[in-house]
Design a protein around this ligand. Structure first.
Ligand code: GLA
Length: 385
């Protein structure tokens, strides 16, 4: 058994008297399609082998008891007292609150959790926390919700207590991942198809900048508002329903003066990124990874210059990747303002790449970055019962 699963199970046994189920809820990477899940785009995430492990059991009382091992903190709260709190508590309680709003939670539960997704890395530890608990409660109490319904519930939960107006990608990918497959998620219909992710001569390497700018969640909501504002204008001017109805940025140029520069740049980025993801799917199927890698660089450029969610550290990591002939594509991944870059690197050069980029980054910012070699896993599942 995985060592974290073991630790969670043993801690549960020490602290509580009942027998839990143990679950794994993965983080996610996203190959392409950034900041377009809430803009009716297509995204290409996959669940990863890093995630959150939960031990959970119903307790037949009116109280919820949670031990967050990584924070060494305990929360004991009556179901009727659930409210917005701080840090990790917001994520778990907001999920419980969504079930309460649906009239579902009638008794308490005991729970221990821990994980190995570096916080603030952009690999979505929050969605893994939310999805894992939602999945566990759904199973333990026989609520009968589908994985898609649970993903939508977790999205509402993230909007509510943590107040991050996120899209559906993270929780959807975590709950619906498939080993060695990428998910092509249509964020309008909230449906997906899988296709095999065969990299052959390449490896996905994440490089963690270890910076996490505190503006991240506020600025995220600002980007979402800019897009809504821009789309509102484009709907009336162009008669479109969504960004995906706009086939070229040429169509939006005439309306540049009707928007603030920030709103216009966000709209331009979204139209371009939707076009890139459409191309990317075809390229992956043809195994044209070099062309796919060029799209990754173009996405980074757009995220940095137009969408303005990068930072000097991430720009530096992507520039470094570009100078390395073993890398065919790199970009910041996730919400931005810190976290990881995702890099596609030739298999035989992975170690050299990690050593070179780590040394350059350390010299420039006096921060030791971390690098992770990714493997793609199944979505949230019970692993012990
Ligand atoms: C965060 C959000 C997602 C998505 C990404 C950017 O991870 O939770 O919904 O918008 O940022 O692509």
């Amino acid at each position: 058994m995985n060592s974290i699963a073991n630790k969670v199970l043993n801690s549960f046994k020490e602290k509580f008297s009942n027998t839990p189920n143990v679950y794994f809820s993965p983080g996610r990477i996203n190959l392409i399609g950034e900041h377009i899940d809430y803009n009716d785009g297509y995204v290409m995430p996959a669940a990863i082998n890093k995630g959150i492990y939960y031990a959970v059991a119903a307790n037949g009382t009116d109280t919820i008891n949670i031990l967050a091992l990584d924070f060494n903190e305990t929360l004991n709260i009556k179901i009727t007292d659930i409210k917005k709190m701080d840090s990790w508590k917001n994520y778990v309680l907001s999920v419980v609150n969504e079930f309460v709003l649906l009239g579902k939670i009638t008794q308490g539960f005991d729970c221990v959790f821990s994980g190995d997704i570096p916080q603030g890395s952009g690999m979505s530890s929050s969605a893994a926390v939310e999805g894992g608990l939602a999945f566990a409660l759904n199973e333990i109490f026989n609520f009968g919700y589908s994985r898609v319904q649970l993903a939508l519930l977790c999205q509402r939960a993230e909007h509510n207590y943590p107040n991050v107006q996120c899209g559906i990608m993270d929780m959807y990918a975590s709950l619906n991942g498939k080993k060695d497959h990428v998910i092509l998620l249509d964020c309008t219909s909230v449906t997906h198809e899988y296709f095999p992710f065969v990299l052959k001569e390449y490896t996905i390497v994440m490089v963690n900048s270890k910076v996490h700018h505190s503006l991240a969640s506020g600025e995220y909501n600002v980007r979402r508002q800019r897009c809504e504002e821009g789309l509102g204008i484009l709907k009336t001017k162009l008669g479109v329903q969504s960004f995906r109805d706009i086939s070229s940025t040429d169509d939006i140029v005439p309306f540049k003066e009707t928007m603030t520069p920030e709103v216009y740049d966000c709209c331009k980025y979204v139209v371009e990124e939707i076009a890139r993801t459409r191309k990317a799917g075809a390229l992956l199927r043809q195994h044209d990874l070099k062309a796919f890698g060029q799209l990754m660089y173009a996405t980074h450029e757009g995220l940095s210059k137009l969408y303005q969610v990068s930072c000097v550290e991430l720009d530096f990591l992507v520039e470094q990747a570009k100078t390395n002939t073993a890398v065919i594509g790199a970009r910041l991944m996730g919400g931005g303002f810190g976290g990881c870059t995702i890099n596609m690197v030739r298999n035989e050069s992975v170690e050299l790449f990690i050593a070179a980029i780590s040394a350059a980054y350390k010299q420039k910012f006096s921060i030791e970055p971390e690098a992770y070699i990714m493997s793609i896993s199944d979505g949230t599942a019970r692993i012990i019962d």
